[in-house]
Design a protein around this ligand. Structure first.
Ligand code: ADP
Ligand code: MG
Length: 246
């Protein structure tokens, strides 16, 4: 669905990603783990070109992504990529002056030009999936963090993405609200959604992912099945990292 080859990213003289090769297959759930500052967010942001790689090529469904917003020649544009690759952040970034329903329908109506009735019906279906139908008329500041994050997930899904990127979506939540968000993500994975998930929730990563990547100092230092990487880590740095989150 999405891949990068030879991805490098520097900020000034600081090289943050030092040559990453990664492919996400359809229906695959990949967990990205690693110490703070190892480049997880930079990597996941490069996958939808929110950061421009310094070197390397991102491709979506085997087509290279160009540096323009629009499709050009044989390259797909950043606009097309983002249309198909949804992203959910640690801080939910909901529109505070819009209701839950309006937050979810904004993209389909404004970006995709869908008729309001159709967008409303889709949004209500998604709010049902994340357990928030009864909150459709509420404003974000009347919701808990876990509810806000579930709205943010519904909003990303409303664009009917083919890939979903999640960057520490539970890190800003009170511990008792983490489970409800993880449950929604788990169900999405079971439904076949292709996802890359940056998380510090090790048992969650082990449970939902088919593959785990351990990012360390801007390279994929270890990669494998969750059983090997998280539950039975062999590499010393990985073992000490994982043990801190158990
Ligand atoms: P992680 O998500 O694994 O914690 P990040 O990808 O956020 O790591 O950051 C990796 C490194 O890149 C850090 O040293 C961070 O300070 C640096 N960095 C990230 N974004 C920027 C930026 N926009 N400008 C300069 N440095 C950045
Ligand atoms: Mg990060």
């Amino acid at each position: 669905m999405i891949s990068v080859v030879g991805l490098r990213k520097s900020y000034g003289s600081h090289e943050v990603l030092k040559g990453i090769d990664l492919s996400l297959l359809r229906g695959e759930v990949v967990a990205l783990i690693g110490p703070s500052g190892s480049g997880k967010s930079t990597l996941i942001r490069c996958l939808n070109m929110m950061e421009t790689p310094s070197q390397g090529v991102v491709s979506f469904r085997q087509q290279d992504v160009g540096d323009r917003f629009r499709d050009t020649g044989d390259k797909i544009g950043i606009g097309t990529l983002r249309r198909h690759v949804g992203m959910v952040f640690q801080h939910f970034n909901l529109f505070p002056h819009k209701t839950v329903l309006q937050n979810v329908t904004e993209g389909p109506i404004v970006v995709c030009g869908r008729p309001r009735q159709e967008a409303d019906a889709l949004a209500m279906d998604l709010l049902n999936q994340v357990g928030l139908v009864d909150k459709h008329a509420a404003y974000p500041n009347h919701l808990s963090g876990g509810q806000k994050q579930r709205v943010a997930i519904a909003r990303a899904l409303a664009m009917e993405p083919e890939v979903l990127l999640l960057d520490e979506v539970t890190s800003a939540l009170d511990p008792e609200l983490v489970g409800e968000v993880l449950a929604v993500i788990k169900r999405l994975g079971e439904g076949g959604m292709t996802m890359a998930i940056v998380t510090h929730e090790m048992s969650f990563a082990a449970e939902v992912s088919s593959r785990v990547l351990f990012l360390d100092h801007g390279i994929i230092a270890q990669e494998g099945r969750p059983d090997d990487i998280i539950l039975n880590p062999q590499n010393e740095r990985l073992r000490s990292f994982v043990s801190r989150f158990k």
